[in-house]
Ligand binder design. Structure first.
Ligand SMILES: [Zn+2]
Length: 488
């Protein structure tokens, strides 16, 4: 009897090993032939100097000066006209929301649905305390040590400049698009895009203009960012997380703190927050999250490849490992972060109300309502009120087609310009203007053609923001090739 069981177990193990080996061998990087495209000669030093000029105009968005824009914004918009005469002659332009230019480059074939290339030219402020540590001033636009320095070098004036440079060169060379190309350069992305991108979308809707696809920031080419991968990764993000903050409110009788009840509003609230944080929002490797990791999987070393190739068996193990780091955990689920607390205004007064604010970034599989339901269930106290803070939230975006024409054009262009890289569909975990643009686009993709290392990611909204001169040259080639691939 024992021998029989041993034989059976041995047989099952052998089959398991055979299946896993087969899956792993089949799970190799796919090489598809990419047609070559002629790259325009780009004078990257001239491009870098022009980006420097763009950076010197201090188009800063702060939450307090909404609607009160400095003259530097108008100056930037005018600068686009004088700096790119051929592009401006080839296209028509309307201003929306006051300071957001929307360009149209008319295509010769009206049967083709237009595409939209976007970027924003406002930047975040620079922390006063850190200014001295910049080797070149944050608005110097200095070109030095092979880099262009300053706010907007990565986020996102570099994209505005690269798009305009590409169109300037293309129009000068006599290229005319078959497919209409729209451009929109938002002036308030950093504070939600309610004037800029939202007005552009209203303009498109009013004129019955719908895009085959749109391209905005939201990701980049990641080099040495994902452990175990030497090849850079172009994560073309096909979706964007939603956003909501919930106020969790505990109430109690007020009074003097010398005669307190067993629980005050603060301690009741504290228990609620602890309960809420006792388990993450359910998530895991399915949908866009799974496609992202499955796309990377074949490029990992053998052990990891065995795990990813046999997701049917190792999914729980992988999910456990990936949820160990905030970056990969955020790819798999809705995240929650308690960020604010309010109690009594005085130390010896019992609070009648205590409020905790929790910020959620909503995965495309969830919704604002499902987040509220999750919160209510976790807190498990009907006396506690849960309400959407400021009555404001963004649902997560739809998930765009990773097999669509736009994704294919982007994927091809990345490989033509940057050579060997891994292209995967990804998820933007923060919020961008695509919240707006996706309303008028069949598919929305989110990535800038810049190579980022882990160190560069810290420079975003941080200190020493810079882009390499070479990287700017490549970005111009990218947009040029993209327009020719998709509208030529
Ligand atoms: Zn940005």
């Amino acid at each position: 009897m024992f021998k029989k069981i041993l034989k059976l177990v041995g047989g099952v193990l052998l089959i398991l090993i055979a299946v896993q080996t087969y899956n792993t061998l089949r799970y190799a990087p796919q090489k598809t032939a990419i047609a070559a495209i002629e790259m325009p000669a780009v004078n990257e030093n001239d491009v870098a100097n022009r980006l420097g000029e763009a950076i010197r105009m201090q188009t800063i968005s702060t939450a307090t000066d909404m609607g009160e824009r400095g003259p530097q914004f108008q100056q930037f918009v005018d600068w686009l006209v004088t700096t790119y005469p051929n592009a401006n002659a080839a296209m028509t332009r309307v201003m929306v929301g006051g300071l957001t230019p929307v360009y149209r480059w008319q295509g010769s074939d009206p049967a083709l649905k237009p595409i939209l290339l976007t970027a924003h030219y406002d930047v975040v402020p620079v922390a006063e305390s850190g200014v001295d540590s910049w080797p070149h001033g944050p608005f110097s636009g200095a070109v030095a040590e092979g880099f262009v320095w300053g706010r907007g070098a990565l986020d996102d004036k570099s994209a505005v400049v690269a798009i305009m440079e590409a169109i300037e060169d293309l129009s000068k060379s006599g290229f005319t698009p078959k497919r209409t190309v729209y451009l929109s350069f938002g002036h308030d992305e950093e504070i939600g895009g309610q004037d800029g991108a939202a007005s552009a979308v209203a303009y498109f809707k009013d004129n019955n203009i719908r895009m085959a696809w749109s391209l905005d920031e939201g990701s980049m080419i990641l080099k040495d960012v994902i452990g175990g991968l030497e090849t850079p990764v172009a994560s073309i993000n096909v979706a964007e997380k939603g956003y909501v903050s919930l106020d969790i409110i505990a109430r109690a009788e007020g009074g003097h703190s010398s005669l307190p009840p067993r629980d005050t509003a603060v301690s009741t609230l504290a228990k609620a927050v602890v309960n809420l944080q006792s388990a993450p929002v359910p998530g895991g490797l399915n949908g866009v999250s799974r496609e992202f990791f499955e796309g990377l999987g074949p490029h990992f070393s053998l052990v990891k490849r065995v795990l990813f190739a046999n997701m049917w068996l190792y999914r729980p193990v992988l999910e456990m490992v990936l949820s160990g780091s905030p970056a990969t955990d955020a790819m798999m689920r809705t995240t929650k972060a308690p960020t604010m607390l309010v109690g009594s205004a005085k130390d010896n007064v019992l609070p009648q109300e205590a409020i905790a604010t929790v910020n959620f970034r909503i995965h495309p599989r969830d919704s604002i309502q499902s987040v509220i339901d999750h919160t209510r269930k976790m807190i498990d106290n009907p006396a506690i009120e849960i309400k959407v803070r400021d009555g404001f939230g963004n649902e997560p975006s739809a998930v765009s087609d990773k097999d669509g024409a736009g994704f294919k054009a982007l994927s091809t262009t990345f490989q033509q310009v940057f050579g060997d890289l891994i292209v995967v569909p990804g998820l933007t975990v923060a919020a961008t203007d695509s919240v707006h643009y996706s309303q008028v686009s069949d598919d929305s993709y989110r990535i800038n053609p810049f190579v980022f290392t882990g160190e560069d990611i810290k420079r975003l909204h941080g200190r020493n923001e810079r882009i390499s001169v070479e990287g700017m040259g490549q970005a111009v080639q990218f947009y040029s090739a993209l327009i020719r691939n998709s509208a030529g």
